[in-house]
Design a protein around this ligand. Structure first.
Ligand SMILES: Cc1cc2nc3c(=O)[nH]c(=O)nc-3n(C[C@H](O)[C@H](O)[C@H](O)COP(=O)(O)OP(=O)(O)OC[C@H]3O[C@@H](n4cnc5c(N)ncnc54)[C@H](O)[C@@H]3O)c2cc1C
Length: 461
């Protein structure tokens, strides 16, 4: 291995670190999985350099784990087989803002919020905000997990915005994929294939993204409900009626409690739906009236958001609020997505499972939140890893939730990716199609050096 490190130092002086603190940073993401130290962190700034790194790592049969901000939640960014962590955060240039075509071309390390800050001057924005991580998440990381967020109900997830990609494959080729057309039928759609591939097929170096005009008018409002089933029924009815909301987010009573405890918001500790609508004053009025009708049919009550509090700023703190709610416990998380109409029944089922475990003596706190308008439901559970009954109980429910998603023809991951967290159920969701995925992996990365052991077990060959 020393000769690998020597080669890297020789070829990329000033770009390679074996400093323990850099290795520590690159050893984990935001999941609860155990960190694994890489051999070195390499920070490169051009596709040609990345191509050379891939060539060297193929020679030495050494894994490369691409890394943006490391905010992934499912172990996606942990270098589980050591090797090299490729830090893309220095590839942070906005290369072209094509305002006439509503497009932007960026390097992979550009940070979501910083991009939107720049685009504001042109009256444009890149919509699929990944909520609580928008201030750190990179465009490369968002593409590689097919991230989504509060505005994806109206505008779609990251994949729906990717027009062109420049990538370096696992066999060291620089490929230009896609074009600037927003509709095309030209050959296999390789841009879509890269989206959500978690750095296992290719390293994204550049992307051209479709943008939207900043809406002329927008309005945020909220309803509180007596119970979560009524809140979720409201969402499924709003979706069924095609009410044109830009965002529809759920937080259950426990999540609100945790947020109040962290930041003293004084919010009603009941399930709350936060909404946002974009468009003309006429559309705003119509959508708000439709939302009011359906919310009230489900016994929802409007409540005034303190004008100083943006609901998305409140939402931004949900993960830290839940983490700090009972600091001796850890989060057991999931990211399943369900067909919207099944959500009321799904939520009820999950609550029953947790209640059953609690009556048997398990100490599990359940927090339900998510981009429910997309069917993405995060049922986070706090449990003490040292308390076997509670910890195992939470893990068991977690597994059941994912199995339920498959049973309902949903998915085990709506937006975070498979990482190492959900590998066990990939075969059950995709059946024989997993074999096709493995073949695709072999085509892009014949030696299996790119982010090995993610999505499905892989070995260096
Ligand atoms: C508090 C909090 C809230 C979050 N909320 C959301 C949310 O609402 N919606 C959502 O979708 N996600 C959310 N996430 C998860 C995470 O922020 C997103 O998945 C984000 O897109 C990851 O970006 P990143 O730059 O941190 O990627 P990283 O964590 O660095 O990488 C993620 C994956 O992509 C790969 N990768 C990174 N860059 C590249 C590249 N250039 N080329 C190839 N592969 C690459 C990595 O190997 C890894 O597999 C949240 C995370 C946190 C901590």
């Amino acid at each position: 291995m020393n000769s690998l490190i020597n080669t890297l130092f020789e070829r990329f002086p000033n770009c390679v670190s074996i400093n323990p603190s850099d290795l520590e940073v690159a050893s984990h993401d935001e999941s609860s999985f155990l960190p694994v130290l890489p051999l070195a962190v390499v920070s490169l700034t051009t596709s040609r350099e990345i191509q050379e790194l891939v060539e060297i790592c193929n020679q030495f049969k050494t894994p490369i784990t691409p890394r943006g901000a490391g905010s992934a939640l499912e172990g996606n960014t942990i270098p589980v087989q050591n090797g090299i962590v490729l830090d893309l955060s220095r590839m942070n240039r906005i290369l072209e803002i094509d305002a006439q075509n509503l497009q932007v071309t960026v390097e992979a390390g550009v940070i979501y919020d910083q991009l939107n800050q720049k685009l504001k001057n042109f009256g444009l924005f890149f919509p699929p905000s990944p909520g609580g991580s928008s201030d750190v998440a990179t465009i490369g990381g968002m593409i590689s997990t097919n991230a989504s967020g509060i505005y994806s109900v109206k505008y779609g997830g990251t994949k729906e915005h990717v027009l062109e990609l420049e990538v370096v494959t696992g066999y060291g080729e620089i490929l230009k994929l896609g074009n600037k057309c927003i509709k095309r039928s030209s050959g296999y759609n390789l841009t879509d294939l890269i989206c959500g591939s978690e750095g296992t097929l290719a390293i994204v170096t550049q992307a051209t993204l479709k943008l939207s005009a900043i809406p002329s008018h927008k309005k945020q409002f909220a309803y509180q409900f007596a119970n979560i089933t009524d809140a979720v029924t409201t969402i499924s009815q709003l979706r069924a009626m095609g009410v044109d909301l830009a965002a529809m987010e759920l937080m259950d009573a426990n999540t609100i409690r945790a947020l109040n405890k962290l930041n003293h918001y004084g919010l009603p500790e009941q399930p709350i739906l936060f909404f946002e609508v974009h468009g003309s004053p006429y559309l705003l009025k119509e959508v708000m009236e439709e939302t009011e009708t359906i919310s009230k049919e489900n016994l929802g009550k409007p409540f005034n958001l303190n004008s100083a509090e943006n609901p998305w700023t409140i939402r931004h703190y949900t993960t830290p609020a839940i983490k700090l709610y009972q600091p001796n416990k850890k989060i057991v998380r999931n990211d399943a997505a369900f067909p919207i109409a099944s959500l009321p029944e799904v939520v009820q089922t999950i609550e029953n499972w947790v209640h059953q475990k609690q009556t048997q003596g398990a100490k599990i706190e359940l927090f339900i939140l998510g981009h429910l308008g997309l069917g993405i439901l995060h049922a986070l559970m706090l449990a003490d890893p040292m308390d076997q009954q509670s910890w195992n109980g939470a893990q068991e429910i977690n597994h059941q939730i994912k199995k339920l998603a498959i049973e309902k023809r949903g998915t085990i991951s709506g937006e975070h990716g498979i990482g190492i967290a959900h590998k066990d159920l990939l075969n059950e969701e995709h059946q024989t199609a997993v074999q096709v995925m493995r073949e695709i992996k072999r085509v892009f990365d014949p030696n299996g050096i790119l982010n090995p052991d993610k999505i499905f077990p892989t070995y260096l060959s």
